[in-house]
Design a protein around this ligand. Structure first.
Ligand code: PAF
Length: 281
C-alpha cells in the first residue's frame, strides 16, 4: 500500500490512475479504523480497480475543542488494517491540509440544523467542506459512507447532487459489536463501565423497531424507550427522534410505511455517541 502525505503527490497519482482508466473507490475517514471502516474498504476493493482511504481529523467539523483534542489516533494500527484489507493508497495529509479547505456553498435544506445539527452547530458545514476538498483531490468514481452517520450520509448525498454529480455515493450498513454497540472510533475512549452503559443505546433502537410492529404512534414509542433505557443517570440522552428517512423531519406516526429512521445521541461519561436504526425500509 502506498502512503501519501502531500496533496500534490496525491493529485499526481490520481491523474496517473485516471490516464490508465482505473475506477477509483474512496473511503474518507478520520482514522482509528475499525471493522466498520474495514467493511467499506472491502466493498471498494471488490468494486473498483483502485481503493484510496483518507485519514484526516478535520478540526473544522468539531464544535467541541475537547472532542477534537481527544479524538483517538493510531496510525500504525490503521495502516495494518488497511493493508490486511488490500487498500491500495492511504492519503494522510498533515495538519496544513486544513488551509486548503474552502467554503463550499450547498443547500442543505435545513438538514444541517436538526438532530446533530442542533447540538453540534457548524459540524455539517465543516464536514461538507472537507468532503468536497477530498472529492476534488481524490476524484473518485464511488465513495463509501457508513449509515451509522445517517444524517452525514444524507448531507453528502446533497453535496453530490449539487456539486459532484458524477460521483456515486455508496451507503453501507452500520457494523455492530456482538453486544449490539455500533462500532465507532470514539468507543476507544469508553471505560469498561461506560461501554456497558452505552449498550442501552442500541437496545433502545432494537426495542423501538420491535414495538413499531404493533404501535404506530411515534410519541408512544419514544416515551416508552426513554422510560425503559434512559431514566438512570448512567447515560445522558441528548435526543431520541423518530424521523422520515428522506427529510429527517420527525414523524408523528409510522403508519405510512415510508422508511423511518430512529436517531439517538447520548453521552456515556464524557463520550458522545450516536446511533440509528432504519425501519420500514
Ligand atoms: O465520518 C467521518 O469520519 C468524517 O465525518 C469524514 C466523512 C471523514 C469527514 O471528515
Amino acid at each position: 500500500m502506498l502512503i501519501v502525505r502531500k496533496r500534490k503527490e496525491m493529485e499526481a497519482l490520481v491523474r496517473g490512475y485516471k490516464a490508465e482508466n482505473n475506477k477509483i473507490g474512496f473511503v474518507p475517514t478520520m482514522g482509528y479504523l475499525h471493522e466498520g471502516h474495514a467493511s467499506l474498504i472491502r466493498q471498494s476493493v471488490a468494486n473498483n480497480s483502485i481503493t484510496i482511504c483518507s485519514i484526516f481529523v478535520n478540526p473544522t467539523q468539531f464544535n467541541n475543542p475537547e472532542d477534537f483534542r481527544l479524538y483517538p489516533k493510531n496510525e500504525k494500527g490503521d495502516v495494518e488494517l488497511l493493508q490486511q484489507n488490500k487498500c491500495d493508497v492511504l492519503f494522510i495529509p498533515g495538519d496544513e491540509f486544513v488551509n486548503d479547505i474552502l467554503d463550499v456553498m450547498i443547500d442543505m435544506k435545513g438538514a444541517d440544523k436538526i438532530l446533530e445539527g442542533e447540538f453540534r452547530p457548524g459540524h455539517f458545514k465543516g464536514m461538507v467542506n472537507i468532503v468536497a476538498l477530498l472529492f476534488q483531490v481524490v476524484q473518485p468514481h464511488k465513495a463509501y459512507f457508513g449509515q451509522k452517520d445517517f444524517q452525514q450520509l444524507c448531507i453528502v448525498q446533497m453535496l453530490r447532487a449539487q456539486k459532484f454529480p458524477k460521483i456515486e455515493i455508496i451507503p453501507s450498513p452500520t457494523i455492530r459489536e456482538e453486544s449490539g454497540l455500533a462500532m465507532s472510533s470514539r468507543n476507544a475512549r469508553l471505560s469498561k463501565e461506560e461501554k456497558q452503559n452505552a449498550l442501552k443505546i442500541s437496545q433502545a433502537l432494537f426495542s423501538i423497531r420491535e414495538h413499531s410492529k404493533q404501535i404506530w404512534s411515534a410519541k408512544t414509542l419514544k416515551d416508552q424507550a426513554i422510560k425503559d433505557f434512559f431514566s438512570s443517570e448512567e447515560l445522558k440522552l441528548e435526543y431520541l427522534e423518530i424521523v422520515d428517512a428522506q427529510t429527517l423531519v420527525p414523524v408523528s406516526d409510522l403508519a405510512s410505511g415510508l422508511p423511518i429512521v430512529v436517531c439517538i445521541a447520548a453521552f456515556a461519561g464524557k463520550v458522545r455517541l450516536i446511533d440509528n436504526i432504519i425501519i420500514n425500509s
